[in-house]
Design a protein around this ligand. Structure first.
Ligand code: NZQ
Ligand code: ZN
Length: 387
């Protein structure tokens, strides 16, 4: 653990089938005005909306609603939410939904009382927060992003076709999150596998960087193995509680900072995917999967030892009689096969990209990376390869 770190994560997690029983005691910690944020119709379909409204009413809360938060949430909805927070003097923003709803809640929280244009200040110039942070909490219905226990907030500004993520300090994290794996049973298969690959990608972005023998690497390998195992079970039986609960916890652990401690990190695959999302609005994890394979083949030689380790420790590749290059490539192929096995498309075309978008995407992504600094030309080459 050669780089110093301070670890602090203030989100209280209530996990399991009875997690909702904790909502009243949590609500008692906040004032009476609640902004209830949700997506299109999933929470109404599964009866969760009625359940939450009933508890809010029983706790004497005054509820303002903002439904229809889009997957890949938009900046215009952030501004709408910020206005509702000010008008109703909101004490708690309660996000019920997937990562998009939770991300949007955090963006509303930091935008409500700041002066000027929050997009420019917080997502473009990455300025420090300068106003009241309205408390956020979440009831999660779709797993993958880790937003339930981090300060991440990824917002799409449709006016300028930019999807940008910002990790806010822990004070912006949800104060509490209710994680009942049963709420995820109804997630459509394509969204479920998108979430699974999102988790895998978070782990890869943290794993494929740095060169020390870090405890964090061992933790990541363990979470990857649990994820792969449970994903295979959940694909066969989406209502296998053990598998769905394992996946849910893998997601939280994969991006609550514990699997990134004392490591330099990559995040270039995410940078590229966010711009792909800005142009195509595709599900986040599917974009990550398509981009990951050519990306890792492009960079593996620069971090060969770690790609060999990945192949052996995560995918049980037998290294006997093989060169390090061969072993590393077998590991990447195993990742690719896993992605195919769970039903993820393998080309950008299938995700709605058109050829004329590739250059625009490549040149709007920041040049960066882990083992290798990716130039715009490198990024374009990766995109062409998986088009
Ligand atoms: O709109 P509704 O009706 O709620 O339907 C949603 C949506 O269409 C549906 N859904 C959610 N729960 C369901 C359900 N359908 C049936 N049953 C349920 N129980 O699933 C669809 C996708 O939801 P969304 O919230 O968009 O998915 P996800 O959780 O993958 O969030 C993706 C967003 O998070 C960002 C992504 O970029 C993307 O914008 N990320 C956030 C991160 C963070 N905060 O740290 C990190 C990630 O890397 C990621 O970038
Ligand atoms: Zn992600």
């Amino acid at each position: 653990m050669k780089y110093d770190f301070t670890f602090y994560n203030p989100t209280r997690i209530h996990f399991g089938k009875k997690a909702m029983e904790h909502l009243p005691e949590e609500l008692a910690n906040f004032g009476d005005s609640v902004l209830l944020l949700y997506g299109k119709n999933a929470i109404k379909k599964i009866g969760l909306y009625d359940e939450v409204i009933k508890i809010l009413n029983a706790c004497g809360k005054k509820v303002t609603e903002l439904g229809g938060i889009k997957p890949n949430p938009s900046y215009s909805q952030v501004l709408e939410g910020a206005r509702l927070v000010r008008e109703n003097k909101v004490d708690l923003i309660l996000a019920v939904g997937g990562g998009s709803v939770v991300d949007c809640a955090k963006a509303i929280s930091v935008s409500a009382y700041t002066e000027g244009d929050p997009w420019q200040k917080y997502w473009i110039e990455f300025q420090p927060l300068d106003s009241e942070i309205v408390p956020v909490a979440s009831i999660l219905t779709m797993v993958g992003t880790g937003s339930e226990m981090n300060g991440g907030s990824v917002i799409t500004n449709e006016d300028v076709t930019i999807k940008e993520g910002r990790v806010f300090p822990p004070e912006v994290n949800p104060k509490f999150s209710i994680l009942n794996p049963e709420y995820t049973y109804s997630v459509p298969k394509i969204q479920m596998v998108s979430g699974i690959f999102d988790i895998m990608s978070h782990l890869c972005e943290q794993y494929f960087s740095g060169d020390d023998d870090n405890t964090t690497d061992y933790l990541i390998e363990a979470v990857m193995k649990s994820l792969i195992n449970s994903a295979r079970i959940a694909i066969q039986n989406p209502e296998d509680y053990e598998a769905r609960s394992n996946i849910m916890w893998c997601a939280t652990v994969a991006l609550n900072r514990i699997t990134g401690l004392s490591k330099t990190q990559d995040w270039e695959v995410h940078g590229i995917e966010h711009q792909l999302g800005a142009y195509t609005d595709c599900p986040h994890g599917l974009g990550l999967s398509v981009i990951s394979m050519p990306y890792y083949r492009h960079i593996y030689k620069y971090g060969l030892h770690q790609f060999v380790r990945f192949a052996k420790n995560v995918w049980d590749v037998n290294g006997e009689g093989k060169s390090d290059d061969e072993i590393a490539l077998e590991g990447i192929a195993a990742l690719e096969n896993f992605s195919k096995e769970i039903g993820i498309p393998s080309t950008l075309r299938e995700l709605g990209a058109t050829e004329d978008m590739l250059e625009k995407i490549a040149y709007s992504v920041e040049e960066g990376g882990g083992y290798k600094k990716m130039t715009h030309e490198d990024i374009l080459a990766v995109l062409k390869e998986c088009f």
